[in-house]
Design a binder for this molecule. Structure first.
Ligand code: ATP
Ligand code: MG
Length: 426
């Protein structure tokens, strides 16, 4: 049958995988909450204009990757390709700056980019991000970075590399841009086509070209770090000092850039060696000019975003058993009277906070017991005709095989003992 399949570049997150997602989201939520960050949920689609201004027309995302369409009212809309633009729009539109000097806002959700799908690269993917709006203090940079590294550590990831750079302020970049164009122009014909194109439009972006020949040419290119003003340099030194104080290891990478005018100073990327070509799990930077670009008043800001699909790939390799959710009680029954009582018991267990699964098959006890084993439940409750008649149930602890008969009406008196026993086992 030519069935309908999932769209190219999208995936189902099936129940076997969903526990990893929940683990990562819960871990991040807990750390963000302790850091005083509030969750914000903005729409999946926005006016296309927001992203043209908020991401910039010269970027790959805007020029090649956006899912843009006109709706039935002929409005130009785009499925969000990232989270920052929507958060900043909302920050301005809802005057969130009035609620305190510094706003720490985080989000999680699907993003959409028309890209070539590969491992760790999809057309619908998920990002979790933080935006800290309202402080230009170097401590804000380091706080935001520390929150990201705390999350990655709590998830259990190791061997990550942390690349750091400063792209200075606007004047620093104007100078650097000239130096870079002067250096690259003689090599123009040897650059890859994309980079040739960027030479006048957006030369800083050439620095993160993945093309081998272009990279060779870039080897001796001028460094942005040699073009920082005294105050930009002092600021960057402070960031590095504060990171060292927190024992967050980093390496300087002067080729790490963001090609847009409203980015400034700190930029960073966190990578994993276990992901192949799509190695970046978290990317961020300071964007002091974005709020005014989108019509707000001047607001310093820094943020980052993590790609959840890439984190999932890494977490699955760790196969942490804490993520597997297990059933406390698996309830099997046979015969109309027993089946009715079993349903009541399952409800009672769930309402008391236990995780209980009811076998609905009506099949022979042997088959039901097999499923109980497969569920990895701690214990099995068994009700047949004779239990139904007496108003009892058999309780069997599956690890030890120990079995007792209990009176249904007195079940609640066992609950505390069960809780202790289940807690001790986990
Ligand atoms: P890349 O160089 O991998 O294309 P990017 O610079 O486009 O990354 P950002 O816009 O900075 O990425 O997004 C932050 C993070 O979101 C990335 O580091 C990555 O983990 C994740 N990400 C970006 N695009 C995708 C995608 N198409 N599929 C899955 N994850 C993605
Ligand atoms: Mg990309």
């Amino acid at each position: 049958m030519a069935g309908i399949q999932v769209s190219r570049g999208t995936r189902d997150i099936l129940p076997t995988e969903v526990s990893y997602w929940q683990f990562i989201e819960a871990t991040a939520r807990d750390i963000l909450d302790r850091a005083g960050a509030s969750e914000i949920r903005t729409p999946i689609f926005e006016q296309t204009e927001l992203f043209l201004r908020g991401i910039g027309e010269a970027t790959d995302v805007v020029s090649k990757e956006m899912y843009s369409f006109n709706d039935r009212g002929d409005r130009g809309l785009t499925l969000r390709p990232e989270g920052t633009a929507g958060v900043v729009r909302s920050f301005i539109e809802n005057s969130l700056y009035a609620q305190g000097d510094v706003q720490r806002l985080w989000y999680v959700g699907p993003m959409f980019r028309y890209e070539r799908p590969q491992s760790g690269r999809q057309r619908q993917f998920h990002q979790l991000g933080l935006e800290v709006l309202g402080s230009g203090d170097p401590r804000a940079d380091v706080e935001a970075i520390a929150i990201a590294t705390d999350i990655l550590k709590a998830i259990g990831l190791k061997d990550l590399t942390f690349d750091l750079n400063s792209i200075g302020d606007k004047d620093d970049r104007t100078q650097f841009r000239e130096a870079l164009i002067a250096y690259l122009t003689p090599y123009k014909k040897d650059l890859d086509p994309d980079s040739q194109d960027r030479l006048t439009r957006n030369p800083l972006r050439i620095l993160d070209s993945k093309n081998k020949d272009t990279q060779k040419i870039l080897h001796d290119a001028p460094s942005i770090l040699d073009h920082l003003s005294e105050s930009s340099k002092a600021r960057f030194n402070r960031v590095q000092q504060l990171l060292a104080d927190l024992s967050i290891p980093f390496q300087l990478n002067s080729k790490l850039v963001r090609g847009l005018d409203y980015y400034s100073h700190t930029v960073f990327e966190i990578q994993s060696p276990d992901l192949g070509a799509q190695a970046t799990v978290c990317a961020g930077g300071r964007y002091d000019g974005l709020v005014t670009e989108l019509g707000g008043s001047e607001t310093a800001a820094i943020g980052w975003a993590m790609g959840l699909e890439r984190l999932i790939i890494l977490v699955q390799k760790l196969a942490n058993s804490a993520m597997a959710s297990r059933v406390d009680f698996y309830v099997v029954s046979r015969g109309a009277a027993a089946e009715g009582q079993a349903l009541r018991i399952v409800q009672q267990l769930r309402q008391a906070g236990f995780k209980a699964e009811l076998d609905l098959s009506g099949s022979a006890f042997g088959k039901q017991f097999k499923r109980a084993d497969r569920s990895a439940a701690a214990a099995c409750l068994i009700l047949g005709d004779s239990e139904a008649e007496k108003g009892t149930a058999q309780l069997k602890w599956l690890a030890s095989g120990e079995q007792v008969e209990l009176v249904q009406a007195e079940l609640a008196s066992e609950f505390q003992g069960w809780r202790d026993r289940l807690e001790g086992a986990s």
